[in-house]
Design a protein around this ligand. Structure first.
Ligand code: NAD
Ligand code: UGA
Length: 434
């Protein structure tokens, strides 16, 4: 089966490599010539554990190729996936669909033989029908269907999520399209992954509803964490007590500095706009977004209070900059809200991240000092702020850390450490909701 992925970003590259691993012949097409040149040379432009091996293996087997030219691979394709970005549109919060629509028009002109154009990008309800209209207009003679196959992978565990999904959602309107997509995903039958076949609109809304619900769980526990702080409760115990109820579930109840990333922030806002466009309310999701913004702001106050009310002229070692561990993605990372606020209040920031520093340098104010390692970051610091729970920050050598610091303030925004342990080592310890 011949598959084309339009867009070789986090989703296009991971999905493309995984479909190749399933046995399909995959060509990833991207407009970014530097990205394609790097991929052809065997360099992976993003940090995603295991992706280098997967790409290399499938390139060597002749099942995975990269190009900037879509004409030839599209002409030979059975399925063309659109996996381009759908960022927040500047000014109004709607999902910006210009890349999706441009891709649809370009793909359509090169179609030959029956082909399914599949939206894999996260797109508002109605987009598949618009893709159909654009493609039909660009090439009225073409024999094709449009389908929606939203992606649920997480960065940092993308390959495992793709290879062992909780479910695959296929929004289709024709049996031919369904048959081709089922054939592509057939290797998942072995692990009995549920394949859910729906209409186009249901598939599109399912993706936003799933992300918004997960974001709701996070904002919910973050709000509860505040109540815990005011009353002496421990949000870990509360989350466990809630999560053991099978109807609630234990996952996504970790209190922290607020959710970030390339998806929850943009998809929650896009869902609100989508609801407005269709004349319905989305008050829960609106609150989720508000609570998330205030949680990030609350972290700044927390750090200030931990340092006695002011961060002016204090050296703060920040461990972790990316929005979560095991990725170099800085999009909407809490660090982008918290660090500038600390700098504005006169703090000196010395930051470290295992994989994200190159991306961070593009996004954070120039005043941030980057440290080559943990030792360099914490040397003579007044406070350490643990902002992203990378494994290497989970087992810090606490006596050594304490000896290297000037002060003893440790602000743990991911609740990695235990208060008693930190006290034993002489730290003034602050965390979230405990
Ligand atoms: P990304 O920004 O990493 O990659 C998008 C790529 O598409 C870029 O390399 C860009 O150059 C390329 N591109 C844009 N227009 C093109 C065109 N016309 N032809 C060829 N290439 C083109 O984006 P991403 O993080 O992979 O996200 C893609 C979509 O998947 C978004 O809708 C996102 O919401 C969704 N999604 C992302 C994740 C995730 O974890 N990142 C998970 C699930 C769903
Ligand atoms: C999320 C979803 O989990 C994926 O299913 C979805 O495919 C993806 O968005 C998408 O649509 O792009 P991702 O953003 O990669 O994946 O990462 P998550 O693990 O969901 O974390 C998102 C943010 O929430 C991070 O900042 C993380 O630190 C935070 N988080 C997560 C919490 O604060 N608490 C939790 O309990 C879980």
């Amino acid at each position: 089966m011949n598959v084309v992925m339009i867009g070789a970003g986090y989703v296009g590259l991971v999905s493309g490599a995984c479909f190749a691993e399933f046995g399909a012949h995959v060509t990833c097409v991207d407009k970014d010539a530097a990205r394609i040149a790097a991929l052809k040379a065997g360099e992976i432009p993003i940090y995603e554990p295991g992706l280098d091996n997967l790409v290399e293996r499938n390139m060597r087997a002749g099942r995975l190729a990269f190009t900037t030219e879509l004409a030839e691979p599209v002409a030979q394709a059975d399925l063309v996936f659109i996996a381009v970005g759908t960022p927040t549109r500047r000014g109004d919060g709607y999902a910006d669909l210009k890349y999706v629509y441009a891709a649809a028009g370009e793909v359509a002109t090169h179609l030959q033989g029956y082909t399914v154009i599949v939206d894999k990008s996260t797109v508002p309800v109605g987009t598949a029908r618009e893709v159909l209209r654009i493609a039909r207009k660009a090439n009225p003679q073409a024999d094709f269907d449009v389908a929606s196959n939203p992606e649920f992978l997480r960065e940092g565990s993308a390959i495992a999520d793709f290879m062992r999904p909780d479910r695959v959602v296929l929004g289709v309107e024709s049996e031919r399209a369904e048959a081709l997509l089922r054939e592509l995903y057939r290797p998942l039958n072995l692990i009995e992954a549920p394949i859910l076949v729906t209409g186009l609109e249901s598939a599109e809304i399912t993706k936003y509803a799933a992300n918004a619900f997960l974001a709701t769980k996070i904002s919910f526990i973050n709000e509860i964490s505040q109540l815990c702080e005011q009353t002496g409760a421990d949000v870990h115990e509360v989350a466990r007590g809630m999560g053991l109820d099978g109807r609630i579930g234990r996952k996504f109840l970790h209190a922290g500095p607020g959710y970030g990333g390339s998806c929850f922030p943009k998809d929650t806002v896009a869902l609100i706009r989508m609801a407005q466009e269709h004349g319905v309310s989305s008050r829960i999701v609106e609150s989720v977004v508000e609570v998330n913004a205030s949680q990030k702001a609350r972290m700044v106050s927390k750090i200030r209070e931990a340092l006695g009310g002011s961060v002016a002229d204090k050296t703060i070692a920040v461990l972790g900059l990316t929005f979560k561990p095991e990725t170099d993605d800085m999009r909407e990372a809490p660090s982008l809200a918290i660090l500038p606020a600390l700098l504005d209040r006169g703090a000196v920031i010395r930051a470290h991240d295992p994989e994200g520093m190159e991306e961070a340098k593009k996004e954070l104010p120039a005043a941030v000092i980057y440290a080559a390692g943990i030792d360099e970051a914490v040397q003579n610091a007044d406070a350490v702020v643990l902002l992203t729970e990378w494994n290497q920050y989970r087992g810090l050598d606490l006596p050594r850390l304490r000896a290297q610091m000037r002060g003893n303030v440790f602000v743990d925004l991911r609740n990695v450490y235990e208060r008693e342990l930190m006290a034993t080592h002489g730290f003034a310890y602050t965390c979230v909701g405990r």
